[in-house]
Write a protein that binds this ligand. Structure first.
Ligand SMILES: Cc1cc2nc3c(=O)[nH]c(=O)nc-3n(C[C@H](O)[C@H](O)[C@H](O)COP(=O)(O)OP(=O)(O)OC[C@H]3O[C@@H](n4cnc5c(N)ncnc54)[C@H](O)[C@@H]3O)c2cc1C
Length: 368
């Protein structure tokens, strides 16, 4: 029922704008409005904080179905979870009450600020500093590649509180867009997910009350990594949705397109490609849903499974979207058809929330 509801909404209210959002590289406002009106913009927020209380699998299905028509728009529910999960996992009751309610009501979005210009895969090498000053912390630094920066009201920011301790000297904070000293860089000009704003976040003597720290001092990096264990599964869902969208489009196209006097769907070479695409998508789906169940239960092998789902599903998305372009021939290579957008959008799923090389490091360290 949830899938049917999200699919109908996505096809009616999000899909019609997907090409323009990509072409104009603009924020998918129509998608945000439609998702918010239907309480689908941040479904993971627990009911006790005013949210829809969707479990990890339901959240995955929402993201998958939105990504099937518009990958940029699927980053609204996905990044709202990424940005707010540190608070849900490690924040005080007061922080949860304060920040989850506006998120659940659709009045504010949440972003996640881990990466920096010189700290990507090696996130613990971050330089952003937070220095205690009485009842306040003062933050200085640059966060890079922040999804929905400028659109979000709230930002989970990881910063160094004790430079001697490397990852154990990193703490997490909630920073608000309106805090004096917060500003944003120009939107990045990207290959894909062009409707999703990616900008730098500048922190210039941002003075915030001490109770905005998420969890204890020095636990920020652990919270950031624990968050990714859960949210990599949402990237797997995004990848899965993009791949399914490409397969669905190609499936229809091959029945219409005629060469050598018959639909190209009649050629076994084409049928084998479609079979492989569907097979890989189904494998990715099973892995992703199993990982979502593990996320919900908090199983001990979640770290491996989350990394495996993200890595596998994103590689599948890249293969399947490339094959979808192939099945449309020259037409697939143009912006008159959606599969080239899907191919460009798929690429990011192999890069963010840890590159697929990093996922393999994570898996190797946590072999079942
Ligand atoms: C569109 C977009 C949105 C993003 N959104 C966010 C966001 O909202 N919040 C956030 O915090 N970050 C975000 N990111 C950042 C993203 O997570 C990083 O780009 C990613 O982790 C890689 O870091 P990097 O770009 O510095 O690449 P690097 O770490 O410099 O990696 C370059 C290459 O080296 C490889 N490499 C690095 N180390 C190793 C190793 N030990 N072994 C093998 N290979 C290695 C990588 O796999 C990659 O191929 C976003 C990025 C993009 C492009």
């Amino acid at each position: 029922m949830l899938r049917d509801a999200v699919r109908s909404l996505a096809e009616a209210k999000i899909a019609p704008h997907a090409a323009a959002v990509d072409e104009e590289a603009r924020f998918p406002r129509e998608a945000l409005d439609a998702l918010t009106a239907n309480d689908l913009h941040a479904v993971h927020v627990p009911e006790e904080y005013g949210g829809a209380g969707a479990d990890a699998l339901a959240t995955v299905i929402v993201i998958e179905e939105v990504a099937r028509v518009c990958a940029s728009s699927s980053l609204i529910p996905a990044v709202n979870k990424l940005g707010s999960l540190p608070v849900i996992l490690s924040g005080s009751e007061a922080l949860k009450k304060k920040y989850m309610a506006p998120l659940a009501r659709g009045e504010a979005m949440f972003s996640y600020c881990l990466s920096e210009p010189d700290a990507g895969s090696d996130a613990a090498g971050m330089k952003t500093r937070a220095v205690r000053d009485g009842d306040f912390w003062v933050l200085n630094g640059v966060k890079r590649w922040i999804t929905n920066a400028g659109e979000s009201e709230f930002y989970t920011v990881m910063a160094v509180t004790d430079p001697e301790k490397r990852s154990k000297g990193i703490s997490a904070f909630v920073v608000e867009k309106s805090d004096p000293g917060v500003s944003f860089g120009a939107p990045e000009k990207k290959l894909g997910i062009k409707g999703s704003p990616t900008r730098e976040v500048y922190l210039d003597n941002v003075r915030i009350p001490a109770d905005r720290m998420i969890g204890e001092e020095g636990t920020g990096f652990a919270t950031a990594m624990r968050t990714l264990d859960h949210t990599r599964i949402t990237i797997a869902a995004q990848a899965l949705g993009i791949a399914q969208g490409a397969l669905d489009y190609a499936k229809g196209y091959v029945k219409e397109r005629k060469q050598f006097g018959k639909p190209i769907a009649d050629f076994q070479g084409v049928q084998f490609m479609l079979a492989d695409m569907a097979m890989k998508i189904e494998a990715a789906r099973q892995l992703t849903y199993a990982a979502a169940a593990k996320s919900e239960r908090g199983d001990s092998d979640l770290t491996f499974q989350g990394a495996a789902a993200k890595c596998f599903a994103s590689d599948v998305a890249m293969e399947v979207t490339t094959d979808a372009v192939q099945l449309l021939g020259g037409y697939g290579y143009t912006r008159d058809y959606p599969v080239e957008r899907m191919m460009r959008d798929a690429k990011i799923t192999q890069i963010y929330e840890g590159t697929n090389q990093v996922q393999r490091i994570v898996m190797a360290r946590n072999l079942p």
